[in-house]
Write a protein that binds this ligand. Sequence first.
Ligand code: FES
Ligand SMILES: [Fe+2]
Length: 423
Amino acid sequence: MAGGQPGPPCGERGMTDMKDIWLDDGLTQVPFAVYDDQDIYARERERLFQGPTWNILGLECEVPEPSDYKTTYLGDIPVVLVRGKDGVLKAFENRCAHRGALLCLERFGNAKAFTCVYHAWSYNHDGELIGVAFQNGIQGEGGMGEGFRREDHGLRQVKIAVLAGLVFGSFDEAVPPLEDYLGPDIVARIHRVLPRPPKILGYFTQTLRNNWKLYAENVRDPYHASILHLFFTTFRVNRLSQKGGIIVSENGGHHVSYSMLDPGTADDSDYDAAKLRADSEFGLKEPRLLDGRDEFNDGITLQILSVFPNLVLQQVRNSLVVRQIVPQGVDQADVVWTTYGFDDDDEELMDLRLMQSNFVGPAGYISMEDGAVGNFIQRALPGTKGETSVVMMGGEDVASMASRATETSIRGFWKAYRNLMAI
Ligand code: FES
Ligand SMILES: [Fe+2]
């Protein structure tokens, strides 16, 4: 290569001494190294994603019938979620025990057994190895050695727990029961937007050119919402002056941010959304986009809920979405958006949900800016060695509060993160 020694490629800072990463015991200075260090990424795979955490894998209704399966990820590790012939959900690592090929290649399907394309080893719904091609050789020659036992080569199991139709998985047998892990406030707010079995409306996948944690922070950051998102401010979907609050779980890792439209100022104007900000050059040709129905009878028009480490559950008006964060290396992540409604939705409500699904996904009126801003941070990382960001809005600790002019839930994320990572 001309021009002398190339520098280390982006995303390969490399840092081995974990205790030097954080400057202090606080939560207000986050070292930029956490977003592009390969050693930290590897440690997250071990300690967070394969540690005592519950990770969203999908929705029960995605695999409704016996033998239905879905391929997904736990962290960046591929897994298969399958409904057994007995109707019970199971999950295992999606990696053949022979030479390590991806076992199941389709996103969804129905299969009595899983057979690897490489050398046709096959597995049942419990991930047990049930068939090995030419195990006894051919005409008495070749075949597996005497020490080979099929029962030694099952697929790594994922523990499963289901809440309100959401399926969570963990590689760690010692993970606490799901409801203990979440705490009562988070459980209640999950039930709020999943009061009965959901029905899938569709999917988006958004590729983020940034570390997964920048997105995990972004969803816990109500400070930015009414500033970065022109759509929110212009059409008054979310302003910090609206009534609402933040709930942070005991361990800090999970949160809920919610708000209500103030009937005196905004809600009554929604039908005429284009006039809401006369000073804006933007208007809506279809003001019905901002119609809303108080379907949960509590006046809350926006609820963003996170579960550490990889779930976001969203209500923006009548747009209901399960978001799964999937790390894809130190400087990239996917967000899988699963939009849902309910079987008993009437035509008008379904119409609202479909129209309002334009808020989200890679080109969503709101979420496209979150995709951009994470990359703005990632691109500015090269000069940050030894430096930290500032997370002081709303104090220095982690607590639930009525004001949304706060970064309390971001500090909560780092509290849970540092505990699990032991850094
Ligand atoms: S790698 Fe799967 S059968 Fe060989
Ligand atoms: Fe945002």
